[in-house]
Design a protein around this ligand. Structure first.
Ligand SMILES: Nc1ncnc2c1ncn2[C@@H]1O[C@H](COP(=O)(O)OP(=O)(O)OP(=O)(O)O)[C@@H](O)[C@H]1O
Ligand SMILES: [Mg+2]
Length: 342
């Protein structure tokens, strides 16, 4: 989220690499931006250690108090996430998640009381691509595949599948050389009481909101669709459809953060479009499922038979007996019951 915060806390807006974004951020957002900036509880910087680029993430002195305060807000606004308030808890979770997701090639470790040192992942954040208008459907697919992979991993913390809790685009790094997306930044976590499906749908929504808020017409829709199609998990997409309503009450502030304070009417329109797409997808799946159920397929099950003379089952016997009848109208067997003459 730091990219977003950096942009919003300056009037003109500055990208992490020092460039200005395509559109300046309106002045009226500065008050809200300052509030958001106050949620910045870490400082992050890069170093080269033993010839390897690393990112050092350090908790600020007042971070625990700030995280506690933010958590009060989340509780009151009924937003089912929270910051790891205790530095020790955050360090443990940040290192654990980074290594679980990226440990095939990269490592993170605790370093000192309030610091995490992680290998710098190659590539740039998806947010960088988004605001430079260089985001492609291929990148969106890579992000969806990574999120889906992560959602399949077991988490002891949740006693169920893992979820991110803050899966916005600044927290997804895409490497153009490998076509691989990776997740970072694990200081926010979903409430444990929330089931896996709503947690996963929330991750999908948070990621999509960046596109819906920032990507221009007409690109936003194909980008969003590429993401949903590659995520490809019907139960979570069905849950997402239910979670597309705009927030009410105090949840608006966080919604503003999630959508870069974009025009709510625009975001609403785009969410409605996504809802329509998801409904079509559900109908299509239901229709495809119905057709599959109605199509009789050849049996591929082998039945056990006894060696020797095959047994004639009752159906075969009945067919044979009806064939022996004098004519189709005359039964070969006499009726066993007699009826009084009418
Ligand atoms: N391991 C990493 N490899 C590459 N870049 C990283 C890595 N960790 C952090 N970064 C860069 O630093 C930025 C900030 O890091 P991170 O998201 O972990 O913390 P944060 O932004 O301070 O937290 P928040 O998102 O809550 O503000 C990221 O958006 C990314 O650009
Ligand atoms: Mg971040």
């Amino acid at each position: 989220m730091s990219g977003l915060i950096d942009i919003m806390s300056s009037q003109q807006g500055v990208l992490p690499n020092g460039e200005s974004p395509a559109r300046p951020v309106p002045k009226v957002l500065n008050a809200a931006a300052r509030l958001v900036d106050s949620l910045k509880i870490n400082s992050t910087f890069q170093q080269v250690q033993h010839g390897r680029p690393v990112v050092i993430k350090r908790r600020r002195v007042y971070s625990e108090a700030l995280a506690d305060l933010a958590n009060v807000y989340f509780r009151v606004a009924r937003i089912p996430i929270h910051f790891w308030a205790k530095t020790e808890d955050w360090r443990r979770w940040e290192v654990k998640c980074f290594n679980m997701l990226n440990g095939d090639r990269f490592r993170a470790r605790s370093s000192g009381a309030n610091t995490v040192r992680a290998d710098k992942l190659p590539g740039r954040t998806m947010w960088d691509y988004l605001i430079n208008s260089t985001l492609t459907s291929q990148m969106m697919e890579a992000a969806a595949r990574e999120l889906r992979r992560a959602h399949r991993l077991w988490s002891d913390e949740f006693r169920g599948p893992w979820s991110h809790g803050d899966a916005c685009m600044p927290n997804v790094i895409y490497d153009e050389n490998t076509g691989r997306a990776r997740l970072i930044d694990f200081e926010i976590v979903h409430k444990k009481s929330l089931g896996a499906k709503p947690r996963h749908a929330d991750d999908v929504l948070v990621f999509l909101l960046d596109v819906l808020a920032v990507a221009p017409n007409p690109q936003w829709l194909p980008l969003a669709l590429a993401f949903l199609k590659a995520y490809d998990h019907a139960p979570v997409l069905a849950q997402l459809k239910k979670d597309l309503a705009l927030p009410t009450g105090m949840a608006w502030i966080w919604w503003g953060v999630r959508t870069s304070f974009a025009n709510p009417a625009k975001v609403k329109r785009r969410l409605q479009k996504i809802a329509g797409v998801l409904a079509d997808l559900e109908h299509y799946r239901a229709f495809a499922g119905e057709r599959a159920r109605n199509t009789r397929r050849a049996s591929i099950t082998c039945h056990k038979t006894k060696p020797g003379i095959p047994r004639i089952n009752s159906r075969t016997r009945a067919i044979k007996e009806s064939a022996k009848a004098a004519s189709p109208g005359i039964p070969s067997r006499l009726p066993t019951r007699t009826y009084p003459p009418s």
